[in-house]
Structure formats: C-alpha cells, structure tokens
Design a protein around this ligand. Structure first.
Ligand code: ARG
Length: 569
C-alpha cells in the first residue's frame, strides 16, 4: 500500500472509532481538498447531516472534538462543514521518502493490472507514404500507454500494423511506372522519393481516364503475387520498411509484434467464409457486406464485387491473428478519429461473432502547425523528419546562445533531447480528442507548460545537488517549517494514484498535467526558501532530501512520456 493510502486508512480508522456502531463512513467519502491549506484530507459532513436532519457544521465540530490524531495523522480540525486531517509530517515524510528512495525508478508502480494481458496497437504507419506529424500522436500516445500499463502491472504486448496494401500503395506504384520508370533514388531518400511519387500520382490521376482501371490491375497483381507489379511492390515496400524501422528506433518505440495488411489476407478470407456461413455476412450485388443498421452503423463493406478484400475485412483477420498469437484480455487500437466508424463496425462485428476480448479505440484528432511555421507542399503533409529537423534546429540555436563555450557534440545532444521533450510533452498534454495547432516556438519555450520547462526543473535540481556536500546528500531528514515544503512533500505522494487512476480511465493528459504542477510546486518552494544557503543543518538536509525526491518523481514521470532528462541545459 502506498503512503497516501495508508494515511487515508488512518484517517478512516479514526473516523470509524468516532462514530462507533451507529454509522460507518466509507473510505471514499474522505477527500483530498483542492486547497492544501484546508488540510491534507477532509471528511465532508453534508450527507451525514442530511440523514440526521442536522447542521453539518455542528456535526463537524462534534466529530473533531471527539477524536485524536494517530498514525500518519498529526492534527485534526473542524472547519465549517468539514473535518480536516493534517499529516504528521515527520512520520508521513519519512515513510514517503523511504518509499521513493527504495523504489527509485519503480516508485509509482503498482500491480492493479494483475498480470492481465493487454495489447496496444499503435504507430500503424503506411508504406509508400511519408510519415507525417499527425502520426506522432499515435506514436506518443501508444508508447505512453505501453509504458503506463507495464508500470501498473499488466503484461503488455506492443503491436503495430503496417499498411502495406491498398489504394495508396497501388497509386504510388502506378505513378512510379508512369513518371519515374528506371529511376533509382539514393538509398537514404527512398521513402521520401515514394512520398513524392505518391503526391504526383494523386495529382495526375484526374487527367488520366484509364488510371482507375490500371490501378485496380496493380492491386490485383500484388494480391495474386504476380509479375512486374508484385516485384516492384516488394522492392519499394522494403524501402519504406527500412525507413519505418529507423524512425521507430529513433523514437525508442517498443514493438513486440509486427503485423502487416499484406500478412492477414488468408485469415481474413477464412473469417469472411465463416461469417457467410453463420449468416452474419451476406452477398449483395456481388459484394460481401454486413448489415449493421440495427446498431446504427450502416453497412460494413468487406469484399468488393471484383473480389478485392477491403480494409475492414483485413481488420477482422487481424483481430483473430492477434488473438491467436497472444490471447490478450484487452486490446487497444490507437488510431485517428477518421476511423471511428470503421473501428466501431469492426468491434460490433467481432462481438456478433462471439469474440471475447475487450476492445477499445483510443481515438485522436489531427495536428497542424501554426500558420507560417512550415508550409506543407501542395497535396502533401508535413513530413515528420522535416518537422523534427526544424525543431532540432531551433533548439540547437537556443542552446548555442546559452552556451557559446560548449562543444558541438554536447550542443547537438542537448538540442535533440530538448526538441524531443517539446514534441512529446506538447502532444501528450492535449486531450487526444482535440485538434492540435502546434506552435514550435511555444513548445520549445523554457517557460509555461512545456517539456523544456520540466527538463529545466530537473537541471536546476541537479545543479543544486552538484554544489551540495555529498555527505549531506546521503543523509535524509524531514524537518520542514513552511507551507511550500509541506505542499511539495504531500504532492509527491500523489504520484502512484495518478498512474493508478490514469490506467483505469485512460485520461492520459493527467500525467503530464501532474508533472507540470509538480514543477510549479518546486518553483514556488525554490523561490520561497533557501536550500544551500540555509544555515540550520537539519533544515538544509531536509530540503536536499525533498529536492532529490522531487527529481526522482519527475524523472519517473517523464520516462513514461518517453522523455529523457538532462543534467544541464
Ligand atoms: N495504417 C492505417 C492508417 O494509417 C491505420 C491502421 C489502424 N489499425 C487498424 N487495426 N485498423 O490509416
């Protein structure tokens, strides 16, 4: 049990004793007051008063007069209709620090997942197309989910499903044949080249009356694995996959299972045959469909009349493949909101088939850049690599401005970490259901709710710790006299609950919000009380203990977001 819960239990025990047999309050009635000055925990007397038809203020006074502090509770007061509990700083602080320093990296974790198996499908990029900034959302959200679920005791399978088939692929190959035959792009730019081919193909399509027929023929050849079209598909697919793997490595993405649209054809066909047999799917004008009008989801089109398997059909096969390979209890799909309907149709269809896994769509909205920042080429999107380069360039200039004496390598590494923290934090701090208008300068600022601001907090703590005596750093103490210290201390104890709650409701931005609030609490502490300049040794040591614990919690949280930290910046 973590320390905050233990303190809550202590408050609850005290209350239960006060009430005796007459009334048993629930532990959930004990709240964390929004304003810490009101106490660390509070018991509101409204519902009790209502039941007794009495004044809640009087009841709060009566209860407070009857009970005495115990365990982790150091003081009890009534204020208006509330009974307020204050932690005994010494015992609470000691317990908390022991917990944080003993657990270190794993502080905050729990075992609520009970080793249940959860699959997170994310970063499902497409071949023959450029990865763009919008994809950063599935990448960062998915990665956070993987990290978080592991932290709270799930067995997690990180999966990705690469789109290496479909209209976009056939269009790209069509454009390649038409406009770029015999052009072999330089190795490092092969995928960028395909991205350009794709854009050119899409622009040319309208003026080519035979294009549609030719493109369909390419799709059929790929599916039948025959001829030149299949040869070029295989070759160009490799170009894209190499790039996708490079990006995954650069972003440190854990992937346990790689799935491909091209790899689910036979299982999808079997699934459809089964659906037809069961009468769940039916033939309609040569196509195969599932009627989902009853669920308000229209028609789920699986196979076109020319026999081509559609995206939704492949997703059915994929679901069975995932299940056969890993038997997850829960399965998450981190996929953009344009696919809301497709995934709802998928889930309902699977349910009709008696599929037991719990399926969830983590849907997210687009990202655009703030006007004028980087104009997208016509018909194309902002490539991830161009965006990243631009972010790193700004961070590099800023770092060089602060540290003209630093070696190039150090500038380079620092700029990369800063840029990455800025991208990740700005994206993860937004509710996935809201569109993001990304502002590069704002995201890279050292002030405000940004990744660099959090990194800077840690760098500031590191700088203080570098100057502190190593003997004093090793000692731990809990002698605090100010409200800012107390608030920071208690706030550190919330972290395990933040992870616990977020793993339950998947309200992912709660984590970055907590880390930002923690940084702000550190700042007001740092501005209010001296640390190294404090003349009282016990107080000085206590404050050093407190900032070490703060750095640990910040680091743990940032690691969940995929953000590395810096000693200096
Ligand atoms: N590759 C698809 C796209 O970019 C996303 C795949 C989502 N996953 C799935 N199982 N449908 O739109």
């Amino acid at each position: 049990m973590h320390v905050l819960h233990e303190a809550k239990q202590d408050a609850w025990k005290i209350l239960k004793q006060a009430f005796g047999k007459g009334y048993t309050p629930s532990i959930d009635e004990i709240e964390q007051p929004p304003d810490p000055k009101m106490g660390d925990l509070a018991f509101p007397c409204f519902s009790l008063a209502k039941g007794l038809k009495r004044n809640p203020v009087e009841i709060a006074d009566e209860i407070a007069a009857k009970i005495a502090p115990k365990g982790l509770i150091g003081k009890i007061e009534s204020k208006g209709p509330y009974v307020n509990f204050f932690f005994d700083q010494k015992t609470f602080g000691k317990k908390l620090f022991d917990d944080i320093f003993e657990k270190g990296d794993s502080y905050g974790g729990s075992d609520i997942g009970e080793e249940k198996r959860i699959m997170v499908e994310y970063a499902s990029l497409n071949t023959h197309k450029d990865p763009h900034i919008g994809h950063l959302r599935t990448i960062f959200l998915g990665q956070l989910l993987v990290h978080l679920f592991k932290k709270v005791g799930y067995e997690v399978i990180a999966a990705t499903y690469i789109g290496d088939l479909g209209t976009h692929v056939s269009r790209c190959l069509w454009g390649l044949k038409k406009f770029y035959a015999n052009i072999e792009p330089p190795k490092k730019d092969q995928n960028k080249f395909l991205g350009e081919v794709y854009v050119r193909a899409v622009q040319a399509l309208e003026h080519e009356p035979l294009a549609k027929e030719e493109i369909d023929a390419i799709s059929r050849d790929i599916e039948a694995k025959r001829g030149d079209n299949f040869f070029w598909w295989k070759k160009t697919r490799e170009w894209s996959l190499r790039e996708i793997k490079t990006i995954f490595k650069e972003l440190n993405l854990p992937i346990d299972a790689w799935y491909f649209e091209s790899g689910v054809t036979s299982i999808s066909k079997k699934t459809i045959a089964h659906l037809l047999k069961k009468g769940i799917a039916k033939k309609s004008d040569g196509a195969i469909i599932i009627d989902l009008y009853e669920e308000g989801l229209g028609v789920n089109l699986l196979v076109k009349s020319d026999g081509t398997l559609l995206y939704n059909a492949r997703d059915l096969g994929l679901a069975f493949k995932k299940q056969g390979d890993y038997h997850p209890d829960r399965s998450l799909y981190v996929v953009d909101s344009r696919q809301n309907l497709a995934l709802q149709q998928l889930f309902v269809t699977l349910k009709r088939m008696g599929f037991e896994e719990k399926l969830e769509h983590i849907s997210y909205e687009f990202i655009t850049l703030k006007d004028g920042a980087m104009s997208a080429r016509k018909g194309n999107v902002i490539r991830y690599q161009d965006f990243r380069d631009q972010m790193e360039q700004i961070a590099r200039e800023q770092t060089l401005g602060r540290h003209p004496d630093w070696k190039t390598k150090k500038i380079e590494e620092t700029a990369k970490v800063i840029a990455s923290s800025a991208m990740r934090f700005s994206i993860l701090h937004q509710d996935p259901g809201r569109k993001i208008t990304f502002d590069m300068k704002e995201a890279l600022s050292f002030e405000g709710c940004t990744g660099p601001y959090l990194l800077y907090t840690i760098a500031r703590i590191s700088s203080i710790l570098r100057k502190a005596s190593s003997l004093e750093k090793k000692k731990k103490n809990v002698i605090f006299s100010s409200a800012v210290e107390h608030e920071l201390l208690v706030f550190l104890s919330f972290y395990p609950d933040i992870l616990f709650t977020t793993a339950q409701d998947i309200h992912l931005s709660r984590i970055s919000q907590y880390l930002f609030d923690l940084s702000k609490k550190f700042s007001s502490f740092y501005q209010t009380v001296p640390i190294l300049q404090e003349s009282d040794e016990n107080k000085r040591i206590s404050r050093l203990t407190l900032i070490q614990a703060t750095a640990q919690v910040l680091e743990n949280g940032l690691k969940l977001l995929g953000i590395r930290t810096l000693e200096e910046m």
